[in-house]
Design a protein around this ligand. Sequence first.
Ligand code: 13P
Ligand code: SF4
Length: 303
Amino acid sequence: MEGTEKKTLIGRIRELKKMNNAIILVHNYQDPEIYEIGDFIGDSLELSRKAMEVEEDIIIFCGVKFMAETAKILNPTKRVILPNLEAGCSMADMSDVPGLIKLKEEYPNAGVVCYINTNADVKALSDIICTSSNAIKMVESLPNDEIIFLPDKNMAAYLQTKTKKKIIPYEAYCYIHNALDGEMLTDFKKRYPMAEVIAHPESPPDVLAISDHVRGTSGMIKAARESKAKEFIMVTECGMAQKLRDDVPGKTFHSFCNICSYMKMTNLFLVERALKKLEYEIFVQEEIARKAKIAIERMLELS
Ligand code: 13P
Ligand code: SF4
């Protein structure tokens, strides 16, 4: 989009936002053009906290559906709008209620830690929710020696290296992180021998084994700021390297990445449309929302 066209569109979005008394929440993986209209940019945990305390009438959620659902659960009197209803998450859709019930029957003494990348009905059947930034803490917080962790098998394997508890994984994964390969990363590292590797915990075990930092999206920014290193390889969604270049000036970021098509389904035109038509509004069935909220709030109290 041309500079002036983009400027006009951003101006219209800001006007509509004011008229509707709306706030725009943005996940770190969104396109940089979406950062420009965001009132708050963050990772899944930060966005949940922010959603809970929103005072405006309307939340425009620039991220994916499970995040918008979480916002609705935490702040049910607000209207939560997802600009593109197709913006789901394939990992969230890989776990379901029958799958979780089956595991619970197989392991009746296990506690259930559920990654926030799930649909609300799965959250409702879980003891506690976690995000990439607090998963270890949430696993340790439950009294059970056995923990069903769902849905991400890679994060489950990573957690198993960090806890004495027995982690029972679900067989799901993030299609973009799971496709990252340890051998290819080993070759990539040879090109940048001074660089530290920062990887998302949704990456496979062979990738995490050769990473210097394993962090969620906002944790990556913190790790790059705090490290003495000047150069980093970012192992995650491709948008993160640019975010780090903007947020941590003076350091160099190389991308070892894949693009999440779901996160890139939101653009400025769709945000303008969302504000004009107030579509697509997210609803969560009352009983599911009530139970899911208990599990989400347990996490928020502890983190
Ligand atoms: P964060 O919780 O680290 O923001 O991650 C969300 C996500 O979808 C990663 O694939
Ligand atoms: Fe889902 Fe993976 Fe996209 Fe995150 S990066 S929203 S886990 S598909």
